[in-house]
Each structure stands twice: as structure tokens, then as C-alpha cells.
Ligand binder design. Structure first.
Ligand code: RTP
Ligand code: MG
Length: 137
């Protein structure tokens, strides 16, 4: 299989807590290649595109507000099976139950807020990755 690319975001909670370096260290230690990286303060339009699949869900508005609360670090990441591999590294969506050893399991928790603040995003399929990389880069 040809080398894949995925979009990773260190979300505003990760940047605000000073965890960007720790998260990048885990990605690099796993062996994936950083192809491009930028600090982005997304406007609402960019987030509406990114989260189009979640429009209408109860967490949609709080999610967009959270994502506009501060900058995210957008990363174009490459490697064989990197889409699946990064999702495995990130852990389950809910940081309370994400497995220890994962980014969300080790570094995240429930803060009692209206939306899961779970530190990172990773594309979930090759189609999502292509679409999301176009939105952020
Ligand atoms: P991501 O897209 O960020 O990599 O995470 P994911 O696939 O594990 O989660 P997804 O279902 O795509 O949801 C996108 C983001 O919405 C927030 N969320 N909050 N019930 C909730 O409070 C809730 N559910 C989802 C999370 O920030 C999640 O990452
Ligand atoms: Mg998702």
C-alpha cells in the first residue's frame, strides 16, 4: 500500500495546556513523518466544513465554540497505515475511558464541560483525510 497521509489536530485544550510538545514527541517516537505543521485559529466557516458530519448533534455548537476558543496545531502526518495508527495512538473519544498508553487516556480527563475536550483529532478514513487536509492546509 502507498504511504498515507492524515490530518492531526492538537486541539485548543492541548495547546492551552502546553501539551503540544508531548503529543508531537509521541507521534515522532511512533515513527510517523511530519510533512507540514501550522498554528491555526479557525473561523466558524472552516469548522463548519470540518465538522459537517456532526451538524445537528447536541454537541455540535459547543464543539464549534470550543474549537474557536484558541489556536490548534494542524499537522500533515505521513506513514504506512498512519490513519489507523494515529487513531490507535489517540485512543477512544472519551478521555475518561480511553486506554492508558494512549494520548487521550494518559493526558486527558473529563472537565465537566459541555463537550469532550480530548486533546487531538485524527482523520478516520482516506476520504476524510483528503477532505480535511484540504480544509486545514
Ligand atoms: P476526532 O474526530 O476529533 O478525531 O474524534 P472522534 O472521531 O473520536 O470523535 P467524533 O465522534 O468524530 O466527534 C468529534 C469530536 O466531537 C466531540 N464530541 N463530544 N458527547 C460529547 O460530548 C461529544 N461527542 C463528540 C469530541 O471533541 C470529538 O473528538
Ligand atoms: Mg471523528
Amino acid at each position: 500500500m502507498a504511504t498515507e497521509e492524515t490530518l492531526v489536530l492538537v486541539k485548543p485544550d492541548g495547546v492551552a495546556r502546553g501539551l503540544t510538545g508531548a503529543i508531537l514527541a509521541r507521534i515522532e517516537a511512533k515513527g510517523y513523518a511530519l510533512v507540514d505543521l501550522r498554528l491555526v485559529e479557525p473561523d466558524r466557516g472552516r469548522l463548519e466544513q470540518h465538522y459537517a458530519e456532526h451538524e445537528g448533534k447536541p454537541f455540535y455548537e459547543p464543539l464549534l465554540e470550543f474549537m474557536m476558543s484558541g489556536p490548534s496545531v494542524a499537522i500533515r502526518l505521513a506513514g504506512n497505515r498512519v490513519i489507523e495508527g494515529f487513531r490507535s495512538l489517540a485512543g477512544a473519544t472519551d478521555p475518561t475511558t480511553a486506554a492508558p498508553g494512549t494520548i487521550r487516556g494518559d493526558l486527558g480527563r473529563d472537565w465537566g464541560l459541555r463537550v469532550q475536550q480530548n486533546l487531538v483529532h485524527g482523520s478516520d478514513s482516506p476520504e476524510s483525510a483528503a477532505r480535511e487536509l484540504d480544509i486545514w492546509f
